[in-house]
Design a protein around this ligand. Structure first.
Ligand code: GLN
Length: 541
């Protein structure tokens, strides 16, 4: 029997609901339960694919090719359960489906309304694609009180009524602000937020109270009394020094025990050694390396969430702290790159879109290649590495990407056709922007004897993609003559997936996004190897 846990947020946004949900998932999983995590987003975009990284942070891509909210990354990193298309929905998608059905005449002449048609569609989504999971955790995006979240709250209220309270649970995450002049943690915003929930018919079963300091017993009792929850179900969610401590802290505060109690389930204490090991390593590193991340969206670090995590995982694997030096590549148009890059032990150019800042990234590649500093190019970072080779080693001065406009030497070009599972996928140059990239998991064959093959320890790998342009294979001979090896190709040999310089200490460009699959307890081999190379570099300088 699958049970549903709904997680809402109150008082303010950015309380870390995604992380809290992921941590609860990890605790339940550590008790031996099968879990699944989902996110319901109240905005009108059909998916976050077309949203600016500055506004919405990273777009997390699933194996099955969905462009989803970055919280799905937390879920996957904390539970190891691969996210799917059916784990993220937005108001935009719900409405576009409901309207498409209305146009087809599926509603048989009925007046189509938010209740029941939109709420039914939300409920169908929540219950869909569930098999033998013990728990499905559904995080509701936004903050209680927002107009946009109302249909979602109404849908989960109805669902709890239909499935019964023994199969559903409401968790509300709030904030207890500390007022220094009064020397007190304040419970009033939590009381108001719970009232807001009650006004739509939802009585929370458990409150998670974010707080920067210990919550005195008196305050905890007060919250329990005013918000109508058991004292033990007021869970302090205190700030911690590393996110990997979150499942441990929540467990210590009784979160998972209280969830089991709610559902009347007896279960053994969770095995959390996986997390204690990681926390120990993070707290006691044996060294430190500095990595320059030369990108464009460096003013909002959520844009590179998975990347920052994967680099940290690489550090965990090597027992070192990874210090990230975020550099906006545009600065290299005005200032010398050397002063920024010289103190770093590795250089990474991450995924990106558009011409702005591209020349600075190419400059970073050149520095890494010439100075033999470990270089890791991801997606756009691989494309820039190839353009750098073409321009500076192959003598193609005008080498460019057609993403930046028409080019005489389109070393990187628009991809209009490719194979997916034996079927041909096609795109038009002037087609829709949303959902039309090459998305999701694709296989890649590795060249025997290459560094990529050695790192992965396997001939065939599968990695997730999100791009529209591709290195143009017509240029392969001239690029190879310049020393760049094509060490990973699509199974049909048509699409380049990995390039590397065999005579460089560590120089790899990948067309996919390996950061999306890295986990703290299973660091991605490319990141482990890159950080190991940076560590060697740090001993040289
Ligand atoms: N803009 C490039 C493309 O569309 C790279 C995309 C990326 O880095 N994710 O191919």
């Amino acid at each position: 029997m699958t049970r549903f846990i709904f997680i809402t947020g109150g008082v303010v946004s950015s309380l870390g609901k995604g992380l809290a949900s992921a941590a609860l998932g990890a605790c339940l999983q550590a008790r031996g339960f099968k879990v699944r995590l989902r996110k319901l987003d109240p905005y009108l975009n059909v998916d976050p694919g077309t949203m600016s990284p500055y506004q919405h942070g990273e777009v997390y891509v699933t194996d099955d090719g969905a462009e989803t909210d970055l919280d799905l990354g937390h879920y996957e990193r904390f539970t190891g359960v691969a996210s799917r298309k059916s784990d993220n929905i937005t108001t935009g998608r719900i409405y576009s489906d409901v309207i498409a059905r209305e146009r087809r005449g599926d509603y048989l002449g009925a007046t189509v309304q938010v209740i029941p048609h939109v709420t039914n569609a939300i409920k169908d989504f929540i219950k869909s694609d569930v098999t033998d999971e013990d728990f499905v955790l559904c995080e509701i995006g936004g903050t209680v009180g927002d107009i946009e979240s109302l249909p979602f709250l109404e849908a989960i209220r109805q669902l709890a009524n239909e499935l019964g309270r023994e199969r559903t649970m409401f968790i509300h995450l709030t904030l207890l602000p500390y007022i220094p002049s009064a020397g007190e943690l304040k419970t009033k915003p939590t009381q108001h937020s719970v009232k807001e929930l009650l006004s739509v018919g939802i009585q929370p079963d458990l409150l998670m109270c974010r707080s920067e300091r210990d919550i005195p017993e008196g305050e905890r009792k007060k919250i329990a009394l005013f918000c109508n929850v058991r004292y033990q179900a007021v869970i302090p969610a205190l700030d911690v020094d590393t996110i990997y401590q979150v499942p441990i802290s929540y467990h210590e505060q009784g979160l998972d025990a209280e969830v089991c109690r709610h559902f009347h389930i007896e279960s053994a204490e969770p095995k959390l050694d996986r997390w204690t090991n990681i926390v120990e390593r993070v707290r006691q590193p044996e060294g430190e390396v500095t990595i320059a991340v030369v990108g464009k969206y460096t003013s909002l670090l959520d844009s590179y969430k998975s990347l920052a995590e994967a680099l940290t995982h690489g550090g965990i694997a090597n027992n070192v702290k990874v210090r990230l030096n975020w550099i906006d590549s545009q600065i290299f148009e005005r200032e010398d790159a050397v002063q920024y890059l010289e103190p770093c032990h590795g250089i990474l150019v991450p995924g990106g879109f558009g011409e702005r800042g591209a020349s600075g990234k190419i400059e970073a590649v050149r520095f890494a290649r010439e100075r033999k500093v470990p270089y890791f190019g991801i997606c756009f970072g691989m494309q820039m590495a190839v353009i750098e080779t073409a321009r500076n080693l192959a003598g193609l001065d005008h080498a460019s990407s057609t993403e930046f406009g028409p080019s005489d030497e389109p070393v990187v070009g628009l991809m209009t056709e490719w194979l997916k599972g034996g079927a041909l996928e096609k795109r038009k140059a002037n087609g829709d922007l949303g959902g039309t990239l090459r998305l999701g998991a694709y296989e890649c064959h590795l060249k025997p004897g290459s560094r990529a093959r050695e790192i992965y320890g396997s001939d065939v790998i599968s990695e997730r993609h999100r791009h529209r342009y591709e290195v143009n294979m017509d240029y392969r001979p001239v690029l190879e003559k310049a020393g760049l090896s094509f060490s990973g190709l699509s199974p049909d040999g048509v699409l380049p997936e990995i390039v590397e310089y065999p005579d460089h200490p560590w120089f790899i460009g990948v067309q996919f996004h390996p950061e999306l699959k890295s986990k703290p307890f299973a660091p991605h081999p490319l990141f482990t190897s890159f950080i190991a190379a940076a560590l060697r570099q740090s001993r040289l300088v």
